[in-house]
Design a protein around this ligand. Structure first.
Ligand SMILES: Nc1ncnc2c1ncn2[C@@H]1O[C@H](COP(=O)(O)OP(=O)(O)OP(=O)(O)O)[C@@H](O)[C@H]1O
Length: 177
C-alpha cells in the first residue's frame, strides 16, 4: 500500500549486474518517478568513508545516505537503485523489487564488465545464495517484496510493464500514458 501522505517509492535491488540501473532508467522514462542511483549519489556527494582496496568500491556511509535522502523520500515519487536494502528506513518503500539472473547470464555480464577473481566470485555466490532476496524479506513486509527474473531484454521489458501496472493501481498519476 502506498502511504497516503506521500508519493510512491519503489526500491529496486539485486546483485550487481542483475539490471537494476537499466530497469530503473527505463521505468523513470516511462513514469514520473525519479531515478535515485545510490552508487552514483555516494560518489557525487561523497557520502562515503573512502575507498575499499579489496572490494574496489567506495565504503558507503549508510547514515549519510539516509540523512541526505530523507526529505526526498518523505515526499515520495522515487525509484531507488542499490545492491543492498537493509539500512534504508522500512517506511520509505511501498514496493521492493529484487532482480534475479541465472548464474551463467550474470557471470557473462560481470566478466564483460571486467570483474575478475574475488569480486566476480563473490557476486556470483551472492546471486546463487539469493542473498538480496533474503535481505529484502528480512527487512520489509513479505507482501511488498517482488522477485523478478532479469535474464533477457524481454524480461526487462516485462518488468518495466509490471512496475507500471503496479503504479497504475497504487499511484496512477505517476504513470505517463
Ligand atoms: N534483463 C537484461 N537482459 C539483457 N541484458 C541486461 C539485462 N539486465 C541488465 N543487462 C545488461 O547487463 C549489464 C549490467 O546491467 P546494469 O548496470 O543495469 O546492472 P546493475 O544491477 O545496475 O549493476 P550494478 O549494481 O553494478 O550497478 C548492462 O550491460 C545491461 O545492459
Amino acid at each position: 500500500m502506498v502511504d497516503g501522505q506521500r508519493g510512491p517509492n519503489i526500491l529496486v535491488t539485486g546483485t550487481p549486474g542483475t539490471g537494476k540501473t537499466s530497469t530503473c532508467a527505463l521505468l523513470a522514462q516511462a513514469t514520473r518517478l525519479k531515478h535515485v542511483n545510490i552508487g552514483e549519489l555516494v560518489k557525487e556527494k561523497e557520502l562515503h568513508d573512502g575507498w575499499d582496496d579489496q572490494l574496489l568500491c567506495h565504503i558507503i556511509n549508510e547514515d549519510l545516505v539516509c540523512d541526505h535522502l530523507e526529505e526526498q523520500m518523505s515526499a515520495g515519487g522515487n525509484v531507488v537503485d542499490y545492491h543492498g536494502c537493509d539500512f534504508f528506513p522500512e517506511r520509505w518503500f511501498d514496493l521492493v523489487v529484487v532482480l534475479q539472473a541465472k548464474t551463467a547470464v550474470l557471470y557473462d555480464r560481470l566478466a564483460n564488465r571486467g570483474y575478475m577473481d574475488e569480486k566476480l566470485h563473490n557476486n556470483i555466490q551472492c546471486e546463487i545464495f539469493q542473498v538480496l532476496l533474503e535481505e529484502a524479506r528480512e527487512s520489509y513486509k513479505e507482501e511488498i517484496v517482488m522477485p523478478l527474473p532479469s535474464d533477457t531484454i524481454e524480461d526487462m521489458s516485462n518488468n518495466v510493464g509490471a512496475l507500471k501496472e503496479w503504479l497504475r493501481t497504487h499511484a496512477p498519476s505517476y504513470v505517463i500514458e
